[in-house]
Design a protein around this ligand. Structure first.
Ligand code: HEC
Ligand code: HEC
Length: 349
């Protein structure tokens, strides 16, 4: 009799199943799980009133023949029927308080008392002691599966695990439960629950030991920040329209009038400086900028700009949309010999 739940899983679905299994193994709400009852408790409380005796022609617990045909539909179909009710079988076995997982466990319990060998599905069993898959694998399975002793598929060695998973996860869990060849039953730990074995297998398929943390993502260098001759140099570009709007606001509040060029394509090019060591803003520098699109070049000195409690250097330049520009900045700083020269690139949107 073939009663392995899910043994007909299509090969293509495997990665998704393994991933799902991993997620539910680690993300299940511990509280919700603890309140759920095991299969036997559920059956005793809610199912045995009919299924213990075969009342109303219900399949009797222990009657392998009565269950075999039904079990061949698979756990999903049976659960669906038990949840919705079928013929004389009331929905949820007539007990509204029985959760979906409890129904599944109850069915598995009854099937297994009736000649079946079903494995509790993921999200099902609640281990008496919560052990993570990693703990189990490191403490027990790694003894053989780390080095591949006696041909054990190695942890994290997907090519070794993949053919074994071809029939799905359930048959593999069953195989680990019963043991085969040099592989001891339950990996040599008789108190491991089916759920823990499943988690350990998923872990060995997905991960390697030791777990190497992925490198932190490289932070891309900010193309508008450079450090030259002990000076932090930041480039800012702000469209003149935005400056005009801000200025109009400021003038309403009583600020002095400032000339902002009208016309399209003007940007306020802003250079702010800080001493690299002390991070104190540099306010006594002379800053000149050359903007070139390769054909024409425009050079201007930048004036001191005070805004938002900082002091920087700025002026207006015109850029034509879609063109790329080299912005060469020349900075003279008291106490720093020579001219600090920095290049930025800017493509006008
Ligand atoms: C009031 C009596 C009654 C109770 C209580 C009851 N069942 Fe049933 N059950 C039935 C009967 C009758 C059938 C046979 C229905 C049929 O196939 O005609 C059945 C069939 C089933 C089947 C097989 C469905 C199929 O597709 O073949 C499952 C699974 C099942 N019950 C699960 C449960 C579970 C789990 C519980 C407890 C939560 C439960 N039942 C409680 C009467 C009951
Ligand atoms: C004493 C050594 C040993 C320990 C401990 C051990 N295994 Fe294995 N395991 C093996 C070997 C050897 C095989 C390969 C058996 C074969 O294919 O003939 C294997 C195979 C397996 C398979 C594949 C079975 C199949 O049908 O392809 C699974 C699943 C598995 N082990 C799970 C576990 C888990 C889970 C643990 C820890 C709880 C564990 N093993 C602990 C030696 C061990």
């Amino acid at each position: 009799m073939r009663t392995q739940a899910g043994s007909g899983v299509a090969w293509a679905l495997l990665p998704a199943i393994v991933l799902f299994a991993t997620l539910s193994a680690f993300s299940g709400a511990a509280d919700a799980q603890r309140k759920e009852r095991q299969g036997k408790e559920v059956v005793d409380a809610a199912c045995s009133s009919c299924h213990a005796t075969g009342k109303d022609k219900s399949p009797r617990i222990g009657d392998a023949k009565a269950w075999a045909g039904r079990a061949s539909q698979g756990l999903t179909a049976l659960t669906d029927h038990a949840l919705k009710g079928i013929r004389n079988m009331p929905a949820h076995g007539g007990s509204a308080g029985v959760s979906d997982i409890e129904i599944e466990r109850a069915i598995i319990y009854m099937v297994n008392r009736s000649g079946g060998q079903w494995v509790e599905p993921v999200g099902g069993a609640t281990p008496a002691v919560l052990r993570t898959s990693e703990t189990i694998v490191q403490a027990q399975c790694a003894k053989c599966h780390q080095t591949g002793l006696d041909g054990a598929p190695k942890i994290g060695d997907r090519p070794a695990w993949t053919p074994r998973l071809q029939k799905g996860l359930d048959p593999l869990v069953a195989s680990a439960i019963h043991g085969h060849g040099p592989m001891p039953a339950r990996g040599g730990l008789p108190d491991l629950s089916d759920q823990e074995i499943r988690g350990a297998i998923v872990y060995m398929f997905n991960y390697g030991l030791p777990v190497i943390p992925p490198p932190p993502p490289a932070r891309p260098a900010d193309p508008r920040h450079k450090v030259v001759s002990g000076t932090d140099i930041y480039l800012g570009m702000r469209p003149a329209e935005a400056m005009r709007a801000a200025q109009a606001q400021a003038e309403k509040a009583g600020a002095e009038k400032v000339d902002i060029p009208s016309g399209k394509g003007y940007y306020h090019l802003n250079i702010s400086l800080a001493d690299n060591k002390s991070q104190v803003p540099v306010t006594d520098a002379e800053v000149k900028v050359r903007v070139s699109d390769g054909v024409t070049t425009e050079s201007k000195a930048l004036g001191l700009v005070a805004a938002n409690n900082t002091v920087s250097y700025g002026n207006y330049f015109r850029f034509s949309s879609g063109s790329s520009y080299n912005i060469t900045t020349e900075i003279r700083r008291p106490g720093v010999a020579g001219t600090i020269q920095v290049k930025f690139e800017f493509k006008a949107p």
